[in-house]
Design a protein around this ligand. Structure first.
Ligand code: SF4
Ligand code: SF4
Length: 180
């Protein structure tokens, strides 16, 4: 493992709904063009509408490349996670960064498995959104003791993913993973 491209091709966490629920467009981004290229860009209501599209991103390919690479929006062009930055600066090796990516992917997979065990099979939504929905459903009341036990495991798995994400991936306070 020697390059940023190889690392990101082994990862995809900043596009697949693990680290982010959505991508916000900025002033220089062309919402209409991105829509025409297949991204489901929507505008929030309110005085200053914000254009955004959900993750997992519709442009993410199976090999974890971006189908819209040349036209990708500002957030995508500028985001580099902490581990990638550290590796590019030579403070850690790319091999060490890959180990962190694999650890984060395992933790995200554990969250997905537990969500599925609780009946959420909606793989087209971001992990944070799925966790909130499942939390709301179960906190509304269930007598199912097995489901309660799985939910406790899920909360712990989300917490462990969040710790690693904050420690090794997020670079800004506003980038929020799922809340346990
Ligand atoms: S989370 Fe980091 S290593 Fe993974 S694809 Fe994004 S920038 Fe690359
Ligand atoms: S547009 Fe490309 S870089 Fe941006 S989230 Fe989607 S797949 Fe990732």
């Amino acid at each position: 493992m020697k390059s940023a491209e190889q690392l990101c091709r082994a990862c995809g966490l900043c596009c697949d709904g693990t680290l982010f629920d959505l991508v916000k467009l900025e002033a220089g981004d062309d919402a209409a063009q991105l829509q025409s290229l297949g991204l489901p860009v929507k505008f929030s209501r309110g005085r200053t509408p914000v254009a955004r599209f959900p993750q997992p991103c519709a442009a993410l390919c199976a090999d974890r490349t971006c189908r819209l690479y040349a036209a990708r929006p500002w957030q995508c062009r500028t985001f580099e996670c902490k581990s990638l930055k550290e590796a590019k600066a030579g403070r850690i090796t790319f091999t060490s960064a890959l180990k962190l990516v694999k650890q984060a992917r395992r933790r995200a997979d554990a969250v997905r498995r537990l969500l599925r065990a609780l009946g959420d099979t909606d793989e087209h939504r971001a992990l944070g959104e799925r966790f909130h929905r499942t939390s709301e459903r179960l906190e509304a009341g269930t007598d199912d003791e097995a489901a309660k036990a799985i939910f406790a495991d899920l909360s712990l798995a989300v917490h462990q993913l969040k710790l690693l994400a904050h420690d090794k991936f997020y670079t800004k306070a506003e980038h929020s993973p799922p809340e346990p």
